[in-house]
Design a protein around this ligand. Structure first.
Ligand code: SF4
Ligand code: SF4
Length: 257
């Protein structure tokens, strides 16, 4: 019994060592190892941001935390064996017609960016689109929502992301080596091949997001994922959202998960 525990301990130590040596080695990990290692790294990085309270670091600190998590995810993603082979380009947005879930701290960074970069009229229009998409998300199942190919409210008319530098980690991790196959999927072409997504970037992103949520829960904060439009609308409408969240208040109550 104890030898099984020891083996597990050794295995965990080996994984952590691999990650601590840097992301360079992360493309040698299996899928579950990468997921766990990315989560462990995110937990370590997120911990200090969430320990300085009360409130734990204040709103600016929470936005910094989101930035740090995104940077970590992007750094890990660069070590994908498919790095450099993605056909993702500005203006390519077949994948931006789906359901997106985000972690709370990510939304504070997105809202800050939008307030700083969009004109008042653009923000007003965006706010209306958030309402429309949030209502659809509430009235449809997730599968129905995806099947309807609803454009993300953050997508511009020319297929760019209004919040690209701070886009959700889930979006950054969704990469494909064939734009043509993404287009065929979008157009529901009969007998189409599967979209060749990069599993590495997806798992690295998911691992970091999971680690971030674990760290939030350990600090007694909301560690749930939420539907993008619901939660972004809430943050834009709540002037002290980050501060209240950092105090442990239920800022996202009622938002779709
Ligand atoms: S995943 Fe596909 S649709 Fe999305 S940006 Fe990449 S190539 Fe374009
Ligand atoms: S947040 Fe940006 S990248 Fe993600 S789905 Fe929306 S428009 Fe696309």
């Amino acid at each position: 019994m104890s030898s099984k525990r020891d083996r597990k301990k050794r295995e965990r130590a080996r994984r952590l060592k691999t990650v601590r040596k840097g992301a360079k080695r992360s493309n040698r990990l299996s899928g579950p190892e990468l997921l766990q290692a990315a989560a462990e790294k995110a937990r370590q990085r997120a911990g200090p941001y969430l320990r300085r309270g009360p409130p734990p670091g204040g709103p600016a600190r929470i936005v910094e935390l989101a930035d740090e998590m995104r940077e970590l995810a992007l750094r890990l993603m660069r070590h994908s064996p498919l790095h450099g082979k993605h056909q993702c380009r500005p203006g390519c947005a077949f994948c931006c017609h789906t359901a997106i879930t985000v972690a709370g701290p990510e939304t504070f960074a997105i809202a800050k960016y939008l307030k700083e970069h969009l004109a008042e009229e653009e923000l007003r229009l965006l706010r209306r689109r958030l309402d429309e998409n949030a209502e659809l998300a509430s009235s449809l199942t997730r599968d129905e929502y995806i099947a309807r190919l609803i454009p993300c409210a953050l997508m511009t008319a020319d297929g760019n992301c209004r919040a690209h530098p701070v886009r959700p980690i889930a979006c950054a991790g969704f990469c494909s080596t064939s734009r043509a196959k993404c287009e065929a999927e979008f157009n529901r072409v009969p007998d189409r091949a599967a979209v060749p997504t990069d599993r590495f970037t997806m798992l690295a992103g998911l691992g970091v997001s999971n680690g971030l949520m674990d760290a939030c829960r350990q600090a007694g904060l909301d560690g749930n994922f939420y539907e993008l439009h619901h939660v972004l609308r809430r943050v834009l409408d709540t002037p002290q959202a980050a501060e209240e969240w950092a105090r442990g208040q239920k800022v996202f109550d009622g938002c779709l998960r």
